[in-house]
Design a protein around this ligand. Structure first.
Ligand SMILES: C[S@@+](CC[C@H](N)C(=O)[O-])C[C@H]1O[C@@H](n2cnc3c(N)ncnc32)[C@H](O)[C@@H]1O
Length: 385
């Protein structure tokens, strides 16, 4: 049995700090995910589950099939164990093979050497098993990852192709946009539920409000794009089945109150395009506005935002002055919860309040804190007696 018709160990990778969100998403999809190890979460399934995970997971970076795991303390062991895998059951005779490598806390640390040994071992196994003198590599691309972590090699096959943050709605780049996967994780780490008002006062190209609307309407994040596994040689046509499942789950009858504001009208124009491409334009209010004048008549809302950090967009001091004024307007909305990500470690000082919770997250490579401010729970009627 090969990867197309057998039971598989599947691995979803997550950025540091959001592993628990990926796990929660996998559980909600009906899987039993393992604990996260170096940002990798495993679960069992078949080829259809691989496609389901790609289409439904909002916060994972990519989905891979685990091919083999073994101790690899020497290059000979790495070659022999890789060469012993039945690649004929995994790759077609003309597969174009790309090998990526990584090494963490291991004797074998040269990523280039790991890459070239693994590639050689795969090609040699294909020549032997297919009885051919050379692998033409003029077919479909298969991307293998060799990750050596604490001297244990794990070989996986990528099934996503483009990273899962690429939903297909963002074709226009704004200033310092946030990855869609991170935006979705921030929302899922907040207390927001679709029946509560939602605002991103620094929305830029609209990533956070668009992701909130996708969650609110229950639109699967990968519905409008393809994945590497669909191009695998002989892949069964299961897309329509999974697509149908995703379509049936969409609920356009919910009443959402999601707003995105930005001081830059060009950013708002971009956000409108992205919202339209994501099919959520009618569910988000996007408008040019200054966060320093933010207010809302709606009660008990949630702000999730990615304000300027003062690293890439503005001078640090300008950003800090902005945090101070943002803190003031938030003070005037005491029943709203506020969640903000920034790399500026003095955010709490300028915002004027100590966060209830701080979580370390990474915006691309940049280490950031996700500051979480909870509003007091509403008083019950009998509290006033
Ligand atoms: C880090 S970017 C947000 C990027 C956004 N999350 C995205 O994915 O595109 C910060 C945004 O804050 C906006 N901004 C700066 N000062 C502002 C202010 N006083 N009021 C509202 N927006 C402001 C900038 O125009 C910029 O788009």
């Amino acid at each position: 049995m090969g990867i197309l018709d057998g039971r598989l160990q599947i691995e979803a990778s997550a950025a540091s700090g959001i592993e628990a969100v990926v796990k929660r998403e996998l559980s909600a999809l009906g899987y039993s995910p393992s604990g996260a190890n170096y940002g990798r979460i495993r679960f069992n399934g078949d080829f259809k589950d691989v496609l389901r995970a790609n289409i439904f997971l909002r916060t994972a970076n990519r989905v891979r099939i685990v091919l083999a795991e073994f101790d690899a303390r020497t290059f000979d062991a790495l070659f022999d164990q890789t060469n012993a895998i039945r690649w004929k059951d995994i790759l077609p005779m003309n597969a174009a093979i790309t090998v990526n490598a990584k090494s963490i806390k291991s004797k074998l640390f040269s990523v280039r050497s790991i890459q070239s040994i693994v590639k050689k071992a795969i090609v040699s196994a294909m020549q032997r098993d297919y009885n051919i003198s050379r692998v033409s590599e003029n077919g479909v691309t298969y991307e293998i990852e060799a990750a050596i972590i604490e001297d244990k090699a794990t070989l996986t096959l990528d099934t996503s192709g483009d990273g899962l943050h690429k939903r297909g709605y963002r074709t226009y780049l704004g200033d310092a946009p946030l990855r869609e996967t991170l935006a979705s994780a921030m929302i899922q780490l907040s207390v927001w539920k679709p029946d509560r008002p939602f605002i991103d006062p620094f929305c830029g190209s609209g990533t956070i409000p668009v992701e909130a609307a996708l969650i609110g309407l229950n639109i699967a994040s990968g519905m409008n794009r393809g994945f590497a596994c669909e191009r695998f040689d002989g892949a069964p046509d299961i897309r329509s089945e999974v697509q149908q499942e995703a379509e049936q789950l969409i609920n356009r009858n919910v009443k959402l109150h999601i707003s995105g504001f930005d001081i830059n009208p060009d950013a708002i124009r971009l956000a409108l395009k992205h919202a339209e491409r994501a099919g959520v334009k009618d569910y988000i209010h996007l408008q040019t506005a200054d966060a320093r004048t933010l207010s809302s008549k709606r009660p008990r809302g949630v702000i999730v935002t990615n304000p300027p950090y003062g690293e890439r967009l503005m001078e640090k001091r300008e950003a800090e002055a902005l945090y101070r004024e943002f803190g003031e307007v938030c003070k005037a909305m005491p029943d709203w919860c506020v969640y903000a990500i920034t790399s500026n470690n003095a955010f709490e000082k300028y915002f004027g309040k100590k966060a209830d919770k701080v979580r370390k997250l990474y915006n691309s490579q940049l280490e950031c804190n996700f500051y979480q401010y909870l509003a007091p729970l509403p008083k019950r009627a009998d509290d006033t007696l």
